[in-house]
Design a binder for this molecule. Structure first.
Ligand SMILES: *[C@@H]1O[C@H](CO)[C@@H](O)[C@H](O)[C@H]1NC(C)=O
Ligand SMILES: *[C@@H]1O[C@H](CO)[C@@H](O)[C@H](O)[C@H]1NC(C)=O
Ligand SMILES: *[C@@H]1O[C@H](CO)[C@@H](O)[C@H](O)[C@H]1NC(C)=O
Ligand SMILES: *[C@@H]1O[C@H](CO)[C@@H](O)[C@H](O)[C@H]1NC(C)=O
Length: 277
């Protein structure tokens, strides 16, 4: 494994600090939420009036994508993404680890509308499932248009070779982890210029549906594109992504939500694509 020296540093940090549980108060719109117990996903809707969509919404995310039920929509177009390089900041949101692009990270264009990349974050295990299959990690790339519409491009990862995109920020993850051991948890870490090129590769086919944020306030009208190609990252990389988080947030996937009549569309559609990609 080429990452073994980084991993050794990482394990050293793991044993050297964060032995005691840090005070943790994830606030989103004024309420604490989590993934286990009384603040877990089943209770999100009652934690704050701001979170009512989590319980009452009829178009929630994530979902299980049934490839056999996905339909053709001739109007769907390839995902036009102009990501190149961008300055990024690594942030511990308590409930996930995110890379923020304050100056934008490039755009994706959907039905002629431009959405700017704002941030990306990781969930483990995956939130979306494909024909019931869950993957070790899922990346969400969150984009917004000037008039406030949101679109998320999701990518699923299995364990395998190191992900070249993550390799760029692995050292910064260790820094963020060390940061978490200090009193003021989660001070953002400048990640410098990262190349978004690796995320553009091998991503022709996607599943499209309309859903919501997968964390409170579970806001709806989010246009989802879940890429069909499952990518790879190393076990070390997945561990490094979750390490800065407290134990109760290291499994940060919301359960799949009811379709309520929604239909998943697939691009491009051809006879062969009903098989697992
Ligand atoms: C709901 O959200 C608004 C705006 O984000 C915030 O000002 C308010 O305190 C929140 N209400 C509760 C009960 O958390
Ligand atoms: C990144 O930020 C630095 C310092 O603010 C700036 O000099 C540089 O041009 C930025 N690079 C990109 C690709 O935006
Ligand atoms: C990128 O998207 C933003 C937000 O919609 C928009 O203001 C900007 O003009 C777009 N940039 C390009 C190069 O299309
Ligand atoms: C933008 O969001 C609004 C409400 O959130 C929704 O009614 C509208 O259809 C969205 N527009 C697009 C182009 O997605």
């Amino acid at each position: 494994m080429t990452t073994s020296s980084g991993n050794a540093v990482f394990l050293l940090l793991l044993s050297a600090c964060c032995v005691t549980t840090l005070a943790c108060d994830p606030k989103a719109d004024g309420a604490k939420f989590g993934y286990v117990g009384s603040v877990g996903p089943a209770h999100w809707g009652t934690l704050s009036p701001n979170f009512s969509q989590c319980a009452k919404g009829m178009s929630q995310s994530p979902i299980d994508i049934s490839t056999a039920a996905a339909v053709c929509n001739p109007e769907l177009q390839p995902l036009h993404r102009d990501y190149t390089v961008a300055n990024a900041t690594l942030v511990d949101n308590v409930f996930n680890i995110a890379l923020r692009f304050d100056g934008g990270g490039g755009n994706v264009s959907i039905h002629g509308k431009q959405y700017r990349l704002k941030q990306m974050h990781w969930h483990s295990p995956s939130e979306h499932t494909i024909n019931g299959q869950r993957f070790p990690v899922e990346l969400h790339m969150v984009h917004a248009s000037d008039d406030g519409n949101v679109t998320v491009v999701a990518m699923l990862y299995r364990f395998g070779r190191p992900d070249p995109f993550l390799s760029q920020i692995q050292g910064k993850l260790v820094e963020l982890y060390a940061e978490g051991c200090k009193a003021e948890k989660g001070a953002p870490v400048a990640a410098g210029v990262v190349s978004l090129w690796p995320l553009r590769l091998h991503s022709h086919m996607y599943y499209r549906y309309v859903g919501s944020f997968t964390t409170p306030p579970c806001t709806e009208n989010v246009v989802w594109s879940v890429l069909a190609q499952v990518r790879e990252m190393s076990v070390d990389q997945a561990a490094a992504l979750m390490a800065p988080l407290e134990e109760d947030y290291r499994h940060n996937n919301r359960p799949t939500q009811p379709m309520n009549g929604r239909i998943v569309q697939v691009y491009p559609w051809f006879m062969g694509n009903k098989e697992t990609p």
